[in-house]
Design a protein around this ligand. Structure first.
Ligand SMILES: Nc1ncnc2c1ncn2[C@@H]1O[C@H](COP(=O)(O)O)[C@@H](O)[C@H]1O
Length: 256
């Protein structure tokens, strides 16, 4: 027997039902969450951010039980910390009070990045997310610089709204989601192009064969240039340093 195909009206009805189920309270919560984050950014007078993404599960080497994958990945914790310290130091030394480093506020690479900023006397902002596992605000973010979200979608919009550069360290589904959403938004013209640095060639080369997407016509060859691979703190800084210097020239002297 042939399968029945839902007609257009049935599909429309499902959309209407779904919208009905979205309670008024939920819609209000969405807008409150968005506005609460706006309030914190505006209260802190933040206009430009450097966002760092990466695994919630990469610990510092001291917390590995000497097992190989843990130690191999833990180098990224140290490098994220070191790079963030450089970024934080530059922002502080140049009094760029409208520019902030932001992270997901959680453990792993997020902690490393907040910690590096903290080492340099820079108060990073953490966009924390309420989830059942691995949720804790890392100790290198002050409570007043933490913004708590229930919705990943809104949180991602805030990650990108003021972003002047993104640095993406190795990570799992969460990190991949953040990287690919950003690439999709830029590819489809939904947000302006910003520099994206993907950190850790050995990790990313093993994970992604993006050339295959271009070879099969699923992305344009030019889309491959939407991000740039970097493989050391030094190399990353060669790109990020000038971005901060440009921000400093353009806005550094503006009063908040
Ligand atoms: N526990 C978490 N706290 C804050 N942010 C988180 C957390 N877990 C995931 N995230 C977000 O997603 C990526 C990391 O996800 P992985 O799957 O571990 O790569 C991170 O950039 C956070 O924004």
């Amino acid at each position: 027997m042939a399968k029945s195909t839902p007609d257009f009206n049935q599909a429309e009805m499902r959309v209407v039902d779904a919208l009905d189920q979205l309670e008024k309270g939920q819609a209000e919560h969405l807008s409150m969450e968005w506005l609460a984050a706006e309030k914190t950014f505006n209260g802190e007078r933040v206009k430009h951010t450097i966002s760092i993404f990466g695994s919630a599960r990469i610990p510092e080497p001291e917390h590995c039980d000497n097992d190989d994958p843990c130690l191999a990945m833990a180098k990224y914790y140290q490098e994220a910390r070191e790079l963030s310290a450089r970024i934080g130091r530059y922002i502080e030394e140049n009094n760029m009070n409208q520019t902030r480093l932001i992270t997901g506020g959680g453990p792993g690479i997020m902690e490393a990045a907040s910690r590096g900023a903290f080492d340099a006397g820079h108060h990073s902002i953490g966009l924390n997310i309420v989830i059942p596992k691995e949720q804790r605000l890392n100790p290198f973010i002050a409570a007043k610089h933490s913004i708590e979200f229930q919705y990943f979608a809104l949180r991602k919009m805030h990650f990108l709204k003021r972003a002047r550069a993104l640095i993406v360290f190795p990570g799992g589904f969460g990190t991949l989601d953040e990287l690919f959403e950003t690439l999709t938004l830029i590819q489809t013209g939904k947000m302006p192009r910003i520099p994206i640095f993907v950190y850790g060639k050995a990790f990313w080369d093993r994970l992604l064969n993006v050339q295959h997407l271009a070879d099969t016509g699923l992305i344009d060859q030019r889309d491959l240039a939407l991000y740039h691979m970097v493989d050391s703190v030094e190399e990353a800084w060669e790109w990020i340093g000038p971005i901060l210097a440009d921000l400093n020239t353009e806005y550094g002297t503006e009063s908040p």
